[in-house]
Design a protein around this ligand. Structure first.
Ligand SMILES: N[C@@H](Cc1c[nH]cn1)C(=O)NCC(=O)O
Length: 435
């Protein structure tokens, strides 16, 4: 395998994902402008974001099937084209209906990019490096959020809605050209198994994947880890800081970057831990969720308006959830054959986004109910009640994760003869061996 070629494919694939993440997160940064441009309240604003995410999540499994059948390159090209069309549409429309169509197109195209790039990683890198390289893909990609928070936000406020969205769409075109020139599905001379030959075969593989407890464990891992950060970065973080905490818009946009930077620091560490302790991946996931729950409790229970340091601590902790969610894809990888990996990754990727749009929508409803639909009354107290809904949704996810984990462990013991016990027993045994 030509090592230079690998890195070109990696670089262009990551760039395509990064630019897609930027398009996805532009609405979060433009949320306040959107309420004014389209004359909408919090519930309508969350409808806009939720429409995008519903399409994204609904397309994950079909996209996975397409990846397994047609290969990731075609899917990345199609995805970028549709994202670009959506952003152009959103940039030109002045009505809520048009905005919804634009965001749905963004969600549709976006759905095809990440799992396709992950699939490229599986074909271009040796197996032992896949968890680490996948972390790099996921975390470098989040720089796209910084592009929306800083240059996009600047263009939006300096030049207005249409120039901002149209120039963002221009970057998608750049990525598209890069992919057309550089990306191929697999290295030449690869001994990877050929793709399934019929659609029926690929669909059967997805059904089998869905039945595997390991895939479900991946789904729930993704569900519980990534949703909190997605809710903040894609929609509610910015209005929360502007309306409830009273931060100026540029400060609020910059603070969202903390979530991204924290994920970028935690990601490589989690990648190494995932590769080094494959039997402890669920413990990593549960540890991350517990710390997130504690950080949210500290913020929500703070009397009065929480101080900025606490908001930053929360963002740092929530930022770890992004790379934490990539552990879900590692479950998909190790419990599914490579011919079915596109579909299995698609299933996993639904998890976090399903949780996110359920929470985004509920938060919008609760804020409107508490504040009577008036933006002036989006107080700390309305956000306090609304954000608490996360405990219900993520708590449900944790319960389902524990069920999936015990099934996975049982199946693993039957198939491989390896019993994975509780963490504390493993730690005690290891300490005992040291003595
Ligand atoms: N959780 C993300 C990846 C990630 C890594 N660091 C922060 N986030 C994920 O699963 N992404 C899927 C996608 O389409 O972006």
């Amino acid at each position: 395998m030509g090592s230079r070629r690998v890195w070109w494919v990696f670089g262009v694939g990551v760039f395509a994902y990064l630019i897609t993440v930027m398009q996805r997160s532009t609405l979060g940064v433009a949320a306040v402008d959107a309420t004014e441009r389209f004359q909408i309240d919090a519930a309508a604003l969350s409808t806009l974001a939720v429409a995008q995410l519903i399409v994204y999540a609904a397309m994950q499994v079909p996209v996975g099937v397409l990846i397994d059948r047609l290969g990731p390159r075609v899917l990345i090209i199609a995805g970028l084209t549709v994202v670009m069309a959506g952003q152009v549409w959103l940039g030109l429309t002045t009505g809520l209906g048009g905005a919804i169509v634009g965001r749905m197109l963004v969600g549709l195209g976006d759905a095809a990019v990440f799992t396709s790039v992950l699939r490229l990683v599986n074909s271009w890198f040796p197996t032992r490096r896949v968890p680490i390289v996948s972390q790099w893909v996921g975390n470098i990609g989040q720089i796209g959020q910084i592009l929306s928070a800083v240059p996009f936000s600047f263009v939006l406020h300096a030049f207005g809605w249409s120039p901002a969205f149209l120039s963002a769409a221009g970057l998608v075109l750049l990525a598209l050209v890069g992919v057309l020139i550089v990306v191929r599905d697999r290295p030449s001379g690869s001994d990877e198994a050929p793709r399934p030959e019929t659609w029926g075969h690929v669909v059967r593989e997805v059904v089998i994947s869905l039945r595997r407890p390991g895939t479900r464990l991946g789904f729930w891992s993704h569900f519980v880890t990534q949703s909190s950060g997605t809710v903040l970065t894609l929609l509610w973080g910015f209005p929360f800081m502007v309306y409830a905490l009273g931060y100026p818009q540029p400060l609020a946009a910059s603070l969202l970057i903390v979530i991204v930077v924290s994920g970028m620091i935690a990601g490589p560490i989690l990648g190494v831990l995932t590769a080094r302790f494959p039997y402890r991946r669920s413990n990593l996931v549960l540890g991350i969720v517990t710390i997130m729950g504690v950080a949210w409790a500290a913020l929500l229970l703070w009397p009065g308006v929480p101080p900025m340091w606490l908001v930053i601590v929360l963002f740092v902790v929530v930022g770890v959830g992004g790379p934490g969610s990539l552990i879900g894809f590692d479950f998909a990888r190790t419990f599914n054959p490579i011919r079915a990996l596109g579909g299995a990754n698609g299933i996993v990727n639904v998890g976090g986004f399903l949780a996110s749009f359920v929470m985004m929508f509920l938060i919008g409803l609760i804020i409107d109910a508490v504040s009577g639909g008036s933006r002036a009354d989006y107080s700390m107290d309305s956000f306090r009640i609304a954000f608490s809904v996360q405990y219900l949704v993520v708590g449900f996810g944790v319960a389902m994760l524990l069920v999936a984990r015990s099934r996975t462990r049982r199946r693993f013991a039957e198939d491989e003869g390896i019993a994975v016990g509780p963490l504390w027993i493993a730690v005690r045994a290891r300490l005992g061996r040291r003595r």
